[in-house]
Design a protein around this ligand. Structure first.
Ligand code: FE
Length: 212
């Protein structure tokens, strides 16, 4: 295996297609590697361009989700619209929802929402970028449904026993996002400052918003 082939294998099968560590490369992984190596060999693209493109695809756009949440925390009318029609609410802030319908669910003192995609890796990519590796992992996809409370605990999110957990299963038509609870002690904060408390994981429901 040449050095270039080695770099290609890394980008194609481990990063782009998220192949299990050490597992055999599947059909599409091999195809992707072969195609990229051929294009690099022909001088049409470079390995660095491939890496940059992967970086662009995976770069989280968390600031977009944070803008939506902070606005909803500040503005009850906007929050009502957000919970009724997520796509329309996002577009009102100039954020284009490129894929399926965006559905936003609110975490409250009684209900905690956790987002998953049991079938594959559906995720509001146009707002949050690419999903984290664990989100695409079969183990998360199965256990988020069968034992969500335990999964949350393993991620360091300990919920009181009386909070009900709703697991939201994304699909091709519907991308769920969480409106996390506004942390206490932030009543006099500006919208911009509030955005800093919204993390990617709080938008998936695997964590809560940061405490100030
Ligand atoms: Fe999916």
């Amino acid at each position: 295996m040449s050095a270039e082939r080695g770099a290609g294998a890394y980008l194609g099968t481990k990063v782009l297609l998220d192949r299990e560590e050490g597992g055999p490369a599947g059909y599409y992984a091999l195809l992707s590697d072969a195609l990229r190596d051929e294009l690099i060999g022909l001088g049409l693209i470079t390995a660095a361009q491939v890496r940059r493109e992967v970086e662009r695809l995976e770069a989280p756009g968390i600031h977009l989700g944070a803008r939506i949440v902070a606005r909803a925390w500040m503005d009850p009318e906007y929050k009502a619209l957000l919970l009724e029609n997520g796509s329309e609410a996002a577009e009102r802030l100039g954020i284009k929802v490129g894929e399926a319908q965006l559905v936003v669910v609110e975490n409250t003192p009684r209900v905690h929402n956790l987002i998953t995609c049991t079938l594959c890796s559906c995720y509001p990519r146009s707002i949050l970028g690419q999903p984290p590796a664990w989100y695409r992992n079969k183990v998360y996809r199965a256990r988020s449904v069968s034992e969500p409370r335990k999964v949350l605990e393993e991620f360091g999110t300990h919920l009181p026993a009386d909070i009900v957990i709703h697991v939201r299963d994304s699909n091709a038509d519907m991308r769920w996002m969480v409106l996390p609870r506004r942390p206490d002690g932030t009543s006099d904060w500006s919208e911009e400052r509030l955005q800093g408390l919204v993390t990617r994981d709080s938008l998936i429901g695997i964590a809560e918003a940061l405490q100030p």
